[in-house]
Design a protein around this ligand. Structure first.
Ligand code: NI
Length: 275
């Protein structure tokens, strides 16, 4: 299925979202922006990013792990991820990127919005696998209605070849569809849609970006990034903001959350025991 390519909107220097931007987000469930920071700022963030991945920062606490594999210590990861990267590289918080993301998030969610959940996903050159189609809220508490936006920021150009963001428009308000762990293997952290849920993937749009651009989606919008087929790493930083979630009337569970058995969980539990 060939995606439709979407050109990003350009923001003015004051980073104020226009009515056109807001309408596009409301209708489509995502937004692509050409310029949320400048390349010099991005270069600095990239140095910190590369350092923490080289150090496998947070591994013993379960904050660094392979999103797309079984995450054994001696296997090269398919999709290395670090949760809370700014915990290991606090200088990132001084960047224009972090300040600008806060400004943008508050325009979506109001002044009380906090930027609370950040993570970094690296697709190594030549072998970083696809991040399968998913809804972020499939990972989260099933009993809450989440009010969040995620700003997906590549730290270099993002292309069809190296793994730019893809979305299914109009899915921002749908129920959580059926997910499972990749290959139905509960030892793999990342989720994918089951075959039964795949018909939701249609009218796909892709959002290539130049350095300094970013995409925005909410916790329900279906999204995906292809494998990295390029000769250089594809780095992405995902900065999330939210306002308090509300309780759903009906309690429910997600089967894919019940059976998770990842090495990351074991490391996190061991780290907790030792503190
Ligand atoms: Ni996601």
């Amino acid at each position: 299925m060939k995606p439709i390519i979407i050109e990003p909107f350009k923001l003015d220097a004051d980073l104020k979202l226009t009515q056109e931007h807001k309408d596009f987000f409301k209708q489509n469930g995502f937004l692509s922006l050409a310029n949320i920071t400048h390349t010099e700022d991005l270069d600095k963030v990239r140095v910190s990013y590369d350092r923490i991945f080289a150090e496998q920062a947070g591994r013993n606490e379960g904050n660094q792990f392979d999103l797309g594999g079984t995450d054994e210590d001696d296997a090269p990861p398919n999709l290395p991820q670090i949760l809370h990267p700014d915990k290991y590289a606090p200088e990132m918080r001084q960047s224009a990127l972090y300040a600008n993301v806060q400004t943008i998030i508050q325009q979506f969610l109001g002044p009380e919005a906090t930027t609370d959940f950040h993570h970094a996903i690296l697709k190594p050159a030549g072998h970083g696998i696809a991040t399968p189609w998913h809804q972020d809220a499939a990972y989260w508490d099933p009993n809450l209605l989440h009010k969040s936006v995620s700003i997906w920021t590549p730290l270099q150009e993002a292309t069809l070849e190296n793994g730019c963001m893809h979305f299914v428009p109009y899915t921002q308000n749908i129920e959580i569809v059926e997910h499972r762990h990749i290959n139905n293997d509960p030892k793999i952290h990342a989720l994918e849609l089951t075959e039964a849920a795949m018909p939701h993937v249609k009218n796909v749009v892709a959002c290539p970006l130049s350095p300094g651009g970013a995409t925005i989606h909410n916790g329900y919008t279906l999204h995906y990034t292809p494998p990295n087929r390029s000769a250089t790493p594809r780095r992405a930083l995902i900065l999330g903001g939210s306002i308090p979630a509300t309780q759903l009337d009906k309690q429910r569970t997600f089967s894919w959350q019940e059976n998770e058995q990842t090495a990351r969980l074991a490391r996190a539990a061991a780290a907790n025991k030792n503190t």
